[in-house]
Write a protein that binds this ligand. Structure first.
Ligand code: ATP
Ligand code: MG
Length: 545
């Protein structure tokens, strides 16, 4: 298969050809820079695939760097969850680094910028700064503090660091151009006062660098060649370049490249919103199987390879778009179809008794028909079985090939049975189906001459175990109008619980994915000592019906 090249790799190839990185042995270095203010989601997986994809393609390096410059929202728990998610996906980073380790260096650079006349301490309030920033059509107004001397600026900045000022009282601003057509270049804030403890540096600092100042410096310190980020940072690129150019780093300087973030239908892809779902108790936690977080997908039983396949298949683009959730599901289904073991479970059990059968026997079916090397697995057949209630009909529509009175059906990997009658309770609900089996119709050696058009799954009632079965719907309904807020689109009924019956084999397997034949893909787990079958993905696409 020809290797496809995305636009980022195209840029890198051109730079390599032009000899841009010759002095550093043509080593390409990227980084994945999450803020530890929440769990990672599928969108981050896309970013991971791009950054680690470049690492692999060019034999380069990729750092995991925590962009922890906003202490009020960051925690150790979040940082650990990010490490766990990368491990789960199998991305091996070359180093774990923390922006907070560079605070001293950043502070020095800020002093250098002041000394070079490129930064000043400003006393305007946040509102005043916003008000004087101008608009897309009007230039901004220069701050009255813009022309403080270097000495005064240094003194004030050191006082900011020493804790002399309250939050918001003073900021350090870059001195660039209040008339720049790019609003980000209109004397952006570089440092703010925040008397907040940091989860790593404690109370060492009461001033913290702003993202636009910190991020380019982090990249430059680490020798990142390509700082890959999402499109909303495109307008920040001139500032990114300004910061690295005025910080005193040697070439080659890191280059910011933007790509379109991944958006998916029927889910939320923003840590802020996901956090809200967790805090408001709309889900059971960050790793709820309905969550688009990587912890949620892991808990759901989604194979990491399927997720990475999805991210690589949708490609890297410069244009924002929304990807169908069903496409992700198709990738999961494809992987599990090829790899998952087959088993049987019944979600809504109806008893079936074979009146002319006595005893028990072992039958077998393929572990996975696409993997003959896995061989066959035995399953015990008997006189009383459970079938799916929906596989029996008293009022069958035309072309109903499942079980009906007088009709025949094949029990998966077993015999053909004919339905002779049924029993009901006082209210008329069917409680038991009565059948006879055709002894010479055994799967694999059927000489009965009878043709059964339908095949249904079953479990042996004598041996089956109870199973809690969970099915899920998307967290969000389709938007009724463009821009509709997610809170109005919440699907309040997205988790469904059933009490079914499963092959005992399933109870022996923990945290394993199965294709429950004719039902869907499920993960086995234990809940309060009981078998739980938790839906990974449905058997067929019932999304776009
Ligand atoms: P969110 O907007 O969900 O809160 P974020 O951008 O604040 O996410 P970061 O921790 O800053 O999250 O993200 C780390 C990296 O992942 C960044 O480079 C960011 O651009 C990238 N990223 C975040 N969301 C997506 C997405 N939906 N698609 C692709 N990349 C993403
Ligand atoms: Mg961010």
């Amino acid at each position: 298969m020809a290797e496809s090249i995305n636009f980022i790799e195209q840029i890198i190839n051109e730079e390599l050809e032009a000899g841009k990185f010759e002095e550093r042995g043509n080593k390409i270095v990227t980084r994945f820079p999450p803020e530890p203010n929440g769990y990672l989601h599928i969108g981050h997986c896309k970013s991971l695939c791009i950054n680690f994809g470049v690492k692999e393609k060019y034999g380069g390096e990729c750092n995991l760097r925590f962009d922890d410059t906003n202490p009020a929202k960051e925690t150790e728990e979040f940082a650990q969850s990010i490490i766990d998610s990368l491990d789960w996906l199998g991305f091996s980073y070359d180093r774990i680094l923390y922006a907070s380790d560079y605070y001293d260096r950043m502070y020095e650079i800020a002093e250098k910028m002041i000394s070079d006349g490129n930064a000043y301490v400003c006393d305007l309030s946040a509102e005043e700064i916003t008000e004087t920033r101008g608009t897309l059509t009007e230039p901004g107004k220069e701050s009255p503090y813009r022309n403080r001397t270097v000495e005064e600026n240094l003194k004030l900045f050191r006082e900011m660091k020493a804790g002399k000022y309250a939050d918001g009282e003073k900021v350090l601003r870059a001195k660039i151009d209040m008339a720049s057509p790019n609003i980000n270049m209109r004397d952006p804030i570089l440092y703010r006062v925040a008397h907040v403890s940091h989860y790593r540096t404690g109370d060492k600092w009461c001033i913290y660098p702003m993202y636009d100042f910190a991020h380019p410096i982090e990249d430059a310190i680490e020798g990142i060649t390509h700082s890959i980020c999402t499109l909303e940072f495109e307008d920040h690129r001139p500032l990114y370049n300004w910061v690295v150019e005025h910080s005193g780093f040697a070439a080659p300087l890191p280059r910011q490249i933007e790509f379109a973030r991944l958006n998916l239908t029927n889910t939320v892809m923003s840590k802020r919103y996901l956090k809200k779902l967790v805090e408001e108790g709309k889900v059971h936690g960050w790793d709820d199987p309905r969550m688009p977080t990587l912890a949620g997908l892991k808990n759901r039983g989604v194979p990491p390879t399927a997720l990475k396949n999805f991210c690589n298949l949708i490609g890297v683009s410069k244009a924002n778009s929304e990807c169908q959730y069903s496409y992700l599901e198709a990738c999961i289904r494809e992987y599990l179809n090829e790899n998952a073991e087959r088993a049987m479970a019944v979600i809504d059990p109806l008893k079936l008794t074979i009146t002319n059968y006595e005893g028990e026997e072992e039958l077998e079916f393929d572990v996975n028909q696409f993997k003959p090397e896995l061989g066959k697995r035995k399953v015990t057949f008997g006189k009383t079985l459970y079938i799916e209630r929906s596989d029996f009909s008293l009022n069958p529509p035309p072309k109903y090939f499942r079980l009906k009175v007088g009709g025949v059906v094949r029990l998966k990997s077993a015999y053909i049975v004919r339905c002779d009658g049924y029993r009901t309770d006082e209210e008329g609900n069917v409680t038991e189906v009565l059948c006879t089996y055709l002894p010479d119709s055994r799967s694999g050696s059927d000489v009965s001459g009878v043709k059964a058009k339908g095949v249904i799954h079953w479990v042996n009632a004598e041996r089956a175990v109870d199973a809690v079965i969970k099915q899920y719907e998307p967290l969000l309904k389709d938007a009724a109008y463009p821009g509709q807020d997610f809170s109005e689109r919440m699907n309040e009924d997205s988790e469904h619980i059933f009490y079914g019956k499963a092959e005992p084999y399933l109870a022996e397997k923990e945290e394993q994915s199965f294709q429950l034949m004719r039902t869907g893909y499920y993960k086995t787990c234990r809940e309060e000592g009981k078998l739980c079958l938790s839906e990974i993905v449905s058997l067929k696409d019932n999304f776009n019906k």
